[in-house]
Structures are given as C-alpha cells and as structure tokens.
Design a protein around this ligand. Structure first.
Ligand code: DGJ
Length: 571
C-alpha cells in the first residue's frame, strides 16, 4: 500500500475514533459540549450515593432512567469498592453501569469518589483509612485530626492517583470505541471543614512559604479578568508581586481558603492530567455552596467555588468546568454566579423537586447551560405526566434548536414564582411581557391559597416576527413599544375577555392620550414538535380561548409545550 493511502487510512481511523468521544467546543462567549461530533445538552440525573454499589440496583434503576427521559446518568465510582485490597482492582460496578447505560440509551458521567467526598475521606479503602501514618489526616486549628485526608501528603495523592489511573485505563479499554462515558468528575465537593485550612505540619510550612510564582504571574497577567472578590483582596494589599500568602492576600480566614484552594487544585490537576493522558473527555469538579452566610470551614472551604475560580484555573488548568451543587434557595443567583466568561454552566446536582422541570428550561434558555441533573434521580417519578419527565421530553426535542441558537444572544430563560411573577423583555421594537400563568386569576389554584409551582420556560427569537415560546406555567404578551408609549393603560379582563366588574376588578381602563403608532398582533400560535433535523412539525393551532382571543400566548401549569408564534403588525 502506498504511503499516502496509509496516511489517509490513519486520518480516517483517528477521525472515527475521535468523533466518538466527547469534547468541549469553546467560542468567545460560550461553550458547547460535543458528543459524537454533535452539540449535546445533558438532560441528566445523578444517582444517590449508594445506588450504584451493587449490580442488581444498577440493573433495576437504569431502565427507569430511560423511561424518565434522561439522556445521561451521573454515576459514582467508589474507590473503596474498586481497590478493596491495595493494588487489586475490581471494575465490576463500572462495567455494569456502562453496560446498562448502553442498553438504555444513556450516556454516563462518572464521579470519582476518591480521596474526598463532601470534604470527608469516607470512600477511601480501609487499608488506606487505617494506615494514617502513611496517609495522614488534615488537622484543625485546635490540633484535631479529621477524617479528611491531607492534601499536603504525597502518599495520599499517589495512592489516589494510582487507583484513578487503573480505573481510567479500564474505562478507556472498554469505552474508547463507544464513547458512552462523556465526562468525568474528579472527587466530590472537595473542601476543608471545621477550619478554613489544614493545620498539619506540612500545611503550616507551605503556608509560610512564598505564594508560587505561577500564581503570582497568573494574577498579574489576568488582572483585568479576575473574579471581583479575588481582585479586591489582592488590591487591598496593594497588589504585591511576591510574598507569603498573608502578605499577598491579607491575614484572614479567606486567605486561608485561597491557600487551601491552591493546594486542592494542584492535587486535582495531577489526577486531571492522568485522565487527559488516558481518556481525553471533559473534566469537572463540583462545589458545595458557600451559602446561608457561612464562613470558610463552616461551609467546605476552598472547594471550586466561583470566588476562587482564578485559583482553581491557575492550579488545575486541565479542569474544564467548576460546577455548582444547588440545594439552597436563590436558584437564579447561584446559576448566574457560575455562568462566567471563563466557565460554562453545568449543574451536576440540584435538589430533586417538581420545580426542576421548569428550572431546566430556565438554565438552557438564560445561561446557555450545557447540562442539568437533579440528585438522587432514581427517587423521581417515571410517570409521563411528571414535570421533569415532560420537561426532558420537550427539551430533548428542542435540542437541535437550542444548540443551534446557543450563545447567539437570542434566547432568554423565564422563571417565576409567587414573589417574582413578571419579566419584561425588550427585543427590537417589541415589549414582551412574560408572567407566571397564575397571574391570570382564572385558575382556582392561583388564588385558593395553594403554593404556586414555579413557572418557566424559554423564549427564543427566530426573527423579528417569529418566536418560540416553550416551557410550562407561563403567559406571554407581545406589544409594540409604541403601544406602551401611548399611555394606554392595560385593563384586566375576565376569561371571557369582558371587563371585570366587582370584587376581581383591580384597575380600570383609562386612555389618557390619543393612540398613535402600530400595534402587534398574534398572527398564529401553533403547538409544535421539533423534528430531529430541527424542522417544525405541526401539532395543533391554538386560538380562541387558548390565546385569550388573540391577546396572549400561554402554557398552563402542569403542561409542557412548545409554541411557534408568528406576529404581525397593524394600525
Ligand atoms: C451533595 C453531594 O455531592 C452528594 O453526593 C450528596 O451527598 C448530596 N449533597 C446530599 O444528599
């Protein structure tokens, strides 16, 4: 065979192999996950901690996940069960998870529960736990040893990395041609508890040493792009170019946290490089939130938190994403903190709740998220009416459309509850008023004292006169900005469209000025399905009562729909 033919064959073969793996495609302002060469959104769920610990559970759970409409399952890999005897490895559970994922049309994200799981080292094997002289513990400020392996120990890192290496090699062996495993999470919710940093002897020595040149150079080079909290801390010291940790960042608990984050990141980088060299899939780390006014050490200090992104980026450049685990109130604020110019939003864990259905819509629309994944997913319902099942069904259909418009600035996410009921968008000369469905007082659940489920969705501008409105529990009105400017106060109408009189009357109709300009009307509202090639398939025309006789577009609470809206103007 000629040299050129051989070369061609080689290129073809490597293209085939690499097309089967997953990768991140980074543009200036957004990042796409590519799976089998195509943009992909993770409609995921994470298994409960002990739900992948026997083959029978995996066999029982995975078919349910398929019925729930997931395309990806996040599966823990337990160091203690993988290396129960030092140097002897058992990959039975990993193999079973991969087998079941393939059988149920799922992708896998494996979570390496190695040295740390929620700060602690409970997943380290017993031979590791008991040999605490060789594998030392982190120590609190008061000298108390913790069941947290010390990040300053070479022995700890080497043992963790050795097991991780063998496991990664195994995954590469069984998965390289399939590409079932699309990402790896390294460790789980790393962070120091009780004290903001480790006070072991090795840690204390490192704390007195100068801040490494690599980090100092990074801060200087990226000064304009640093996280505001990091910049503020450095500036408060006069932006020194060298010195020990306290000289550079000040003497407080947040400096302890920065120091600790640097060392956790360095540790993780070693595992990340291992993964890269064996099986090059995207890598991420997850963080427990610094919520409810807690201080470092009260929350897991030094994890991959938004305010520490620069430390993690510099210390662990092979990690692609810092991902938030969301169990607290303030969902919208948290997700905004993790969708940064240098970090795509991926939510590997969120409390399993009915509101997750609309929250998933919100993050894909508002934040170009690459994935969403409620925790303990196997406890969710697989009824086809369950909110998450409906939501994932529609989002799966919409994937060609959402990935086509990801990062183009034409999508918005909507999310409403009883307190935050309205959002007004301005597009071209349109004012688009979006509200919770229960702002229409006609549904008894709106006013009978029941707690409103969250309503939310995606509003996508296809052209100036064409929109997609999708989600659940929302109502959207389109008006020309000239209509609003005409001082034409909006009246509240009954469901029949007649003026309300009596107890429900909230404000009366007043036309203060002569109306001028154009108005916007609903040309048509069609419920559609999105075909795999991204084209629209007609389901039914919505009109009459379903659009309040042409006044608005709506999707009731409990239903998930995709609507294709065509607008027109008149005068
Ligand atoms: C976050 C952790 O990452 C999970 O493994 C689990 O412990 C949940 N918290 C809480 O149930």
């Amino acid at each position: 065979m000629k040299k050129t033919t051989l070369l061609l064959l080689f290129i073809l073969l490597s293209a085939t192999l690499s097309a089967q793996k997953s990768s991140l495609h980074r543009e200036d302002i957004f990042t796409q996950l590519l799976v089998e060469g195509k943009p992909f959104l993770i409609l995921g769920g994470e298994l409960g901690n002990s739900s992948a610990a026997c083959t029978q559970d995996i066999e029982r759970i995975f078919p349910k996940l398929q019925r729930m409409g997931l395309n990806t399952v996040l599966v823990p890999a337990y160091w203690d069960l993988i290396e129960p005897v030092e140097g002897q490895y058992d990959f039975t559970l990993t193999d079973k998870a991969i087998e079941q994922a393939r059988a149920n049309n799922l992708k896998i994200i494996f979570l390496w529960f190695g040295a740390w799981k929620n700060s602690m080292s409970c997943y380290t094997p017993l031979w590791f736990k008991t040999n605490y002289n060789k594998y030392p513990r982190a120590i609190t400020q008061n000298g108390k040893p913790l069941e947290i392996a010390s990040a300053f120990s070479d022995n700890v890192r080497q043992a963790d990395n050795r097991a991780f290496t063998e496991w990664m090699k195994h995954i590469a062996d069984v998965d390289k041609t399939h590409g079932t495993v699309i990402m790896i999470q390294i460790e789980n919710e790393i962070g120091m508890l009780e004290s903001a940093r480790d006070y072991s002897q090795a840690a204390n020595q490192a704390f007195q040493a100068p801040v490494p040149e690599k980090l100092m150079n990074y801060l200087q080079k990226n000064k304009k792009k640093l996280h505001p909290q990091m910049l503020k801390k450095w500036e408060a010291q006069g932006c020194p170019r060298q010195g020990n940790w306290q000289a550079v960042f000040g003497s407080d608990i947040y400096t302890d946290e920065i120091f600790m984050a640097w060392h956790y990141a360095n540790y993780v980088e070693e595992l990340a490089q291992t993964a890269r060299s064996i099986y090059n899939v995207p890598l991420y780390v997850n963080a427990a939130m610094n919520s409810r006014g807690r201080q470092p050490g009260e929350y897991p200090s030094a994890g991959p938190l938004a305010h520490l992104i620069d430390i993690w980026h510099c210390g662990a450049p092979s990690i692609d994403i810092l991902a938030p685990d969301l169990y607290d109130n303030g969902f919208k604020d948290w997700v905004a903190q993790y969708h940064l110019h240098n970090n795509p939003l991926f939510i590997p864990e969120i409390r399993l709740a009915d509101d997750d259905g609309v929250r998933a819509f919100y993050v894909f629309g508002e934040h170009d998220a690459i994935g969403f994944s409620p925790f303990s997913i196997e406890d969710g319902s697989d009824s086809q009416q369950a909110p998450l099942v409906q939501s994932y069904g529609k989002l799966k259909e919409m994937m060609p459309l959402l990935t086509q418009y990801q990062g183009k600035g034409v999508m918005k996410g909507l999310l409403f509850d009883q307190e935050n009921k309205e959002r007004i968008l301005h597009n071209d000369d349109l004012v688009i008023t979006c509200r919770h469905y229960f702002t229409l007082p006609w549904d008894p659940r709106a006013t009978d004292g029941s707690k409103w489920p969250e309503g939310g969705g995606i509003i996508l501008k296809i052209s100036s006169k064409e929109y997609i409105v999708a989600g659940s529990g929302i109502v959207v009105e389109f008006a020309k900005s000239t209509e609003k400017a005409s001082g034409n106060a909006k009246e509240l109408l009954g469901e029949d469209g007649f003026k309300l009189k009596g107890e429900n009357e909230q404000h009366s109709y007043t036309e203060s000025k002569k109306f001028q300009g154009k108005r916007c009307g609903l040309g048509s509202v069609d419920e559609i399905q999105i075909n795999p090639d991204g084209s629209f398939g007609y389901i039914r025309r919505l009109n009459g009562d379903q659009t309040h006789q042409g006044r608005h577009v709506r999707i009731s609470v409990g239903d998930f729909k995709i609507l294709h809206v065509k607008l027109y103007e008149y005068e």
